[in-house]
Design a protein around this ligand. Structure first.
Ligand SMILES: Nc1ncnc2c1ncn2[C@@H]1O[C@H](COP(=O)(O)OP(=O)(O)O)[C@@H](O)[C@H]1O
Ligand SMILES: [Mg+2]
Length: 262
């Protein structure tokens, strides 16, 4: 359903994504994991036609993502890292607008909006303007909206950031059922490794724009001789804390050193 071959994105002479290849089967829940600045969002932006690759080829549902942008856009839905809701509309209106834009069958619009707003515990607030919502409420509404139409491929870029454990569980159950029932293919990123461990069929770990490894949580644990996905992840990406502004060259040297010391 998704095919990525030798994908590279350069900003100036900095490669944010550096020769990445992987593929995702239909109905699979695929997790893209990596520290801040690894290149996860940049990869998703290229797959969703928001950024043009510097090199490589991308296919989504059989369409060439660069050459067949319109066809590609009809095949996927996305929940962004940053909210893109209309503040001057109510929660319900935001949902309705999205349903119209994505041609949700008219008969299904009202029941699906109710189901999803109930799921994210915003049904009681459906008539409130989004500008009155807290960050967490906006995030929940954003996810509900992303799940309103049932695209073949759904991209979720850190969908659960900042949500409490209960809400995260509810959402992943819902998303897991969608993948099963509708054979929806889902590619997601998260900083909560237990979410990837519990929900992903396959996990890719990227760092500094490079794909380090790909496999099931079990396979990654075997590969690194560790017992949990978190340990495997740390063994692969190192233990130092990253932030968005990290100098890639210094980070590489630090990683190289810590690897050689082990
Ligand atoms: N438009 C841009 N111009 C320059 N550098 C960018 C741009 N977008 C992202 N980057 C850089 O590319 C790297 C990867 O970013 P991103 O894909 O957002 O990482 P992630 O989502 O894994 O945290 C980071 O170092 C980031 O600063
Ligand atoms: Mg990101």
């Amino acid at each position: 359903m998704i095919e990525v071959k030798h994908l590279t994105k350069r900003f100036g002479d900095f490669a944010a994504v550096n020769d990445i290849s992987f593929h995702v089967e239909r109905g699979e829940l695929f997790a893209l994991l990596g520290p801040n600045g690894a290149g996860k969002s940049t990869t998703i932006k290229m797959l969703t036609t928001l950024l043009r690759p510097s090199e490589g080829s991308l296919k989504l549902d059989g369409h060439d993502v660069v050459k067949e942008q319109d066809a590609t856009r009809k095949s996927f839905g996305i929940v962004f890292q940053d909210p893109s809701l209309d503040n001057d509309l109510t929660a319900y209106e935001n949902m309705e607008l999205h349903a119209v834009m994505y041609n949700v069958p008219p008969k299904e619009v009202a029941p699906r909006i109710k189901e999803l707003l109930t799921l994210v515990e915003l049904w009681d607030r459906r008539k409130s303007l989004v500008r009155t919502f807290s960050g967490g409420m906006k995030r929940r509404l954003e996810i509900a909206r992303g799940l309103l139409h049932h695209p073949k491929v759904l991209f979720l870029d850190e969908p659960t950031l900042g949500l409490d454990a209960q809400t995260r569980n509810l959402l992943w159950n819902y998303v897991g059922n969608l993948a099963k029932e509708k054979e929806m293919t889902i590619l997601f990123t998260t900083h909560y490794l237990e979410e990837a461990e519990a929900n992903a069929n396959k996990i890719a770990i990227i760092d500094h724009g490079k794909l380090l490894t790909i496999g099931t949580a079990k396979e990654l644990e075997e590969q690194t001789k560790t017992d949990t996905l978190e340990q495997a992840y740390l063994a692969l990406t190192g233990r130092e804390i990253r932030d968005e502004e990290v100098d890639p060259h210094e980070a590489w040297k630090a990683r190289h050193r810590s690897r050689n010391m082990r």
